[in-house]
Structure formats: C-alpha cells, structure tokens
Design a protein around this ligand. Sequence first.
Ligand code: URA
Length: 249
Amino acid sequence: MPRVNKKDDTIFQKVANMQNSYKRVDAHLSSLGYCTRSEAKKFLNKFRVSIHGTRIFDTTQKAYHNDITVEDEPLDPESLLLLMNKPSGFICSHDDAGVLIYSLLPQRFQRRNPKIATIGRLDMDTTGAILLTDDGTLNHKLTSPKSKVSKIYEVTLAQPLKGDESEIFSSGTLLLNGEKKPLLPAKMKIISPICVELEIYEGKYHQVKRMFGAIGNKVIKLHRLSFGDFSVQNMELSEYKVINMNTKI
Ligand code: URA
C-alpha cells in the first residue's frame, strides 16, 4: 500500500489487525450499511447470508466478520479507507449545506455506522486526492499537525509568477493572517508562468489560496495531485478506490 508517512505503515497495520469482530449478524450488517437492524430479517430472506458457507436465517446468531458472506461475497471491510479523485462542486463536511462528497459513494457506504468522513478537507471548488475513512483514530492520526503528511497541489494562478515565490515559500518564515506560527517550508516547482506544483506538509484552512494571497497573487484553480503516496494520477474525477489496509501495493 502506498505510504502516507513511513511511520504510518504501522497505523494501517494496526487498523487492519483490529478487524474481524465477533458479534450478532444483524449488528454486522447494520454497521456496514447493508440494512438497518430492523430490516435484517427481511435482508436474510432476500439475500444469501452465510456463515462458513452455510446459509442462515437467524439475525441474532453471532459470528466473526471474516466468516460471513453475502451472496457468496465477503462482507465489506470493518474499517474502510478510500481514495477519491474529488470533483469540483462537492463539500467534505457532513454539516454544511450543499452537495456532499459522500453522495458520490454507494448507498451502502453512505449508511455505514460510524460514518465515513474525509481525512482533512478540500474546498468545494478544489479537485483531486482525498482519503476517506470511518476509522476515527486513523483520521485523527493523519490530520494531526504532527503527522506532516506531504500534499502536492497543482496550482493555477491569476497573475504570472514574479520570481520570488519559491524562496518565500521555502523559507519557513511566511506568516499567514490570523496564524501565530509561520508556515513550514514548502517546495514549489514551476510548470509555466501561471502554473506551479506546490508541496506542503500541513493543512491549514484554505492554506494554498492564502499562501498565494499573502504574496499578492490569486489561485484560480486548485487540484491536489497526491496525499502522501496516494496519487489520483490515473483516476477519473469522482472515481474512488477501496484501499486494502493489509496489502502492500
Ligand atoms: N488549500 C486551499 O486553499 N484549498 C484547499 O482545498 C486545499 C488546500
């Protein structure tokens, strides 16, 4: 699996190892969004739910997650990690008004409990790499300022570059309005006079737009190419992938 940070390999492994809980079949099905607890009986009548390959009809029966199949398919993972190429016009918050990024996921994922949330946020008009998970610990770890995950953005600007941007951003002295501490050094690669790739290691509110705003320019288009080693290079907008936390890819 691509890394977020070298030390984060262990976070993924920990989450993967925590899977395979033992509980009632209706509890498995409802927390994974297959049906509600009260719909479980009907669900078992309609779909072939099996434990070790033997079809069951008793929703109260207990089993390990890994021993259950629905229509001969294993259950969705207990902890889900997704990589999406976010399109413009979708919001990452669960609380704000507007069209949510979660509406791009299958109904089953949308019904999961705990809910799937984005790991950090992208603005409504920003496109590109965003991770989503229902694992609160993983989310917290990867959004913590200590985590220092690399995020690479393709930035399109309103005005041509002046020439001093790279030096200012890499200096580690740029202080944004309302912040107490200067930003960590950031790396900038020039693609054209109005387009750059910017690599940052933190995730302050509207950070990239504020960085260019602070030096008299304006971001007119923002696309995140990667979050850690997770890149959306060959993915269509709105496409998402389930990341298997057990597999190195
Ligand atoms: N910086 C921004 O200004 N917006 C984003 O969506 C992400 C980083």
